[in-house]
Design a binder for this molecule. Structure first.
Ligand code: NAD
Length: 337
């Protein structure tokens, strides 16, 4: 099987490529990205073929790769809340337009698509647990530009679903809930708001900056370790008996729910155990901050986000196993161990 991973140089793509390279001898990866820095350690393997391409520009060669693959993962996207409010049009061009082209080529050449939707599509849904089939997708007013990412993903979910119904497209939509692990973000460069929360907090400690709790940090998230997540993706690729065909599947760990304030406290405590962080961790301040001051006025928050994972458990026979402490320790060991 030739698996085309577009955005293979990113966090998820690098772990998926690594797992396929190590444990799936009869699969090959065509890894497309503008950068290979997170997958340099894999490029000596014959079965990982890296192609440097900009998917906004290199349209013909990209179409050729879709034509040649068996299954495509269109993973390239901007997934940073700061970008949603500072440059929503760039988010739209990459996350929606460029990925729509890939989906259309998959339809044209009759390829399977495994598309990363997101937990963000549920938005401010009040349900206790977000369910793929029954939960409403609730976003805010247009002026709250942070929803552009959620809407791009939701629209692609709907387009892919419609191609399944009207054109027989074989697809799986997976919805990651805060996947965390090594290679998540570049913590050495992270400016405030530019990276995901775990990397942001580690970066702030590293650089001796305060940790900011947006709107008090009482919002909660469920953190999922990347090896659990990649296990689910492998099962989706295997697709035993067509179990993942035309399914939308939450991939998250409902047992790892923490408020952002609790997360900050945990990370600071753990940081005291690493030489590179110890002195800064002892002096770090955890400061509450209004979201308007942090992200600007077009931000709006999601208070709680818990996945229902019954579908993943039943159709994929999958369960997350890495607990929150282990998840944070493994991630921090990678950066500072
Ligand atoms: P990432 O930012 O680590 O990786 C994205 C990759 O896309 C990067 O390597 C980047 O270089 C590449 N890319 C960006 N622009 C490109 C271009 N013009 N041409 C070619 N490559 C380009 O993101 P990730 O965490 O690996 O996420 C992958 C996908 O999963 C994204 O679609 C994201 O929205 C989705 N997702 C991730 C999470 C999560 O918890 N990590 C949650 C929800 C959804």
């Amino acid at each position: 099987m030739n698996i085309l991973i577009v955005g293979a140089g990113g966090f998820i793509g690098s772990h998926l490529s690594e797992e396929i390279g190590a444990n799936h001898g009869d699969w090959a990866v065509t890894a497309v990205d503008i950068t290979s820095s997170k997958i340099e350690h894999l490029l000596a393997q014959k079965k990982i073929n890296f192609l440097r391409m900009d998917i906004l520009k290199d349209l013909e060669p990209l179409e050729e790769q879709v034509k040649n693959c068996d299954v495509v993962f269109p993973l390239a996207a901007i997934a940073s809340p700061l970008a949603y409010v500072k440059d929503p049009l760039q988010v739209f061009e990459l996350d929606f337009e460029a990925n729509l082209r890939i989906v259309r080529w998959a339809v044209k050449y009759d390829k399977r698509v495994v598309f990363p939707s997101t937990s963000e599509v549920y938005g401010m849904c009040p349900d206790e647990e977000f369910n793929e089939e029954t939960s409403n997708l609730v976003t805010g007013p247009v002026g709250k530009q942070r929803w552009i990412y959620s809407c791009c993903k939701q629209m692609l979910d709907r387009v892919i679903y419609a191609h399944g119904v009207q054109n027989g497209l074989r697809y799986t939509l997976f919805r990651p809930f805060n996947w965390i692990g090594p290679r998540l973000d570049d913590i050495y460069r992270a400016e405030n708001g530019s990276s995901r929360v775990v990397s942001q907090f580690m970066s702030n400690i590293l650089h001796g900056k305060d940790i900011n709790l947006v709107n008090g940090g009482n919002q909660s998230r469920c953190f999922t370790y990347i090896s659990d997540a990649v296990d689910a993706l492998i099962k989706i690729i295997e697709n035993k008996g067509g179990c993942a065909d035309r399914q939308i599947i939450n991939i998250g760990n409902p047992y790892n729910e923490l408020t952002i304030k609790e997360l900050a406290v945990k990370i600071v405590e753990l940081a005291k155990g690493y030489d590179k962080l110890q002195s800064n961790a002892n002096g770090v301040k955890i400061v509450e901050m209004d979201s308007t001051d942090y992200y600007g006025k077009s931000y709006q928050d999601v208070q709680r986000r818990v996945p229902c994972v019954k579908k993943a458990e039943s159709i994929l026979n999958w369960k997350p196993v890495v607990g929150i402490d282990q998840l944070l320790t493994r991630t921090m060991d990678f950066y500072f161990g």
